[in-house]
Design a protein around this ligand. Structure first.
Ligand SMILES: [Fe+2]
Length: 269
């Protein structure tokens, strides 16, 4: 029997990714499981609110995030508070770890110099402005979560199955994906970090990059989330929605967030 219900808001015991490895007994092989993945939110509350609203409207069995909850937009505490209140399970990203540790740098994987400069300034702002309870929450996020459903083993990580810093770019060769796939001990690897959504299949293993809710890097400035459906096959789709960028930039100015934000948060491509 399939139980279709949103998991956000339920007690942790009901949520398959609330703890390390739980088998979802409500599904059987061949029966669809719908997973909505919120990729790197990065402190962008207006984008997260829209993504959550739309995800609820379309429905899901599992809702989760890939980490990097803070870092590049002026709402670190509000973003974490919302995900915490909604009990949305997820994993720890490099930004989560480095902000919590007040590290010297963010561990960004941005390739453009201008983006890196902004990201490091935004990181420094976030380290200074984030509340202790938020830091505690970020520090305690797990490295990975596992889910078994419909005969498939799924792994949720931030960047790749081995570390939270090395981007798993779509252009890498098949051998690299094979190595990552073997390390994952999973059939479906769900991750983010590069902010570029894609679904690549190597040797029957599915690699699904969820993209980024709060700071997309694929040329489309709208918020993004991934929808993964297992039903014998594994399918991934991406949803895109506009959000209130003016609210973000107004708050950025009020909170003395790095002014370069205006260059990177845009209403349209
Ligand atoms: Fe990241």
């Amino acid at each position: 029997m399939v139980v279709r219900r949103p998991l956000g808001g339920l007690p942790e015991a009901c949520c398959p990714w609330a703890i390390g490895y739980v088998i979802v007994r409500a599904t059987e092989e061949g029966i669809a499981l719908k997973i909505v993945v919120l990729g790197d939110v990065h402190g962008n509350l207006p984008a997260l609110e829209v993504a959550l609203r739309e995800a609820r409207a379309e429905g899901y069995d599992v809702l989760c995030h890939t980490g990097d909850l803070v870092g590049y937009a002026p709402f670190p505490d509000e973003t974490v508070a919302l995900l915490k209140a909604e009990r949305i399970p997820g994993v720890r990203g490099n930004l989560d770890e480095n902000v919590a540790a007040a590290a010297d740098g963010s561990g960004s994987c941005a390739t453009e110099a201008q983006v890196r400069v902004f990201e490091e300034k935004a990181f420094a702002w976030t380290v200074q402005r984030t509340e202790r309870l938020t830091l505690e929450y970020l520090r305690n996020l797990p490295f990975e979560r596992r889910l078994e459903a419909g005969g498939r083993r799924a792994l949720l990580v931030h960047a790749n199955p081995i570390d939270m810093y090395t981007g798993l770019w779509e252009e890498r060769d098949e051998d690299y994906f094979r190595e990552m796939g073997d390390a994952s001990e999973a059939d479906v690897i769900i991750f983010g970090h590069t902010h570029r959504p894609y679904h690549r299949i190597v040797d029957g293993r599915h690699f699904v990059n969820a993209g980024s809710v709060g700071f997309p890097a694929d040329g489309d400035p709208r918020t993004c989330y991934a929808v993964i459906q297992t039903n014998g096959n594994v399918e991934a789709q991406y949803r895109r929605f506009p959000y209130n960028v003016d609210h973000l930039l107004k708050t950025a100015a009020e909170r003395r967030f790095p002014a370069e934000a205006a260059l990177f948060f845009k209403r349209e491509a």
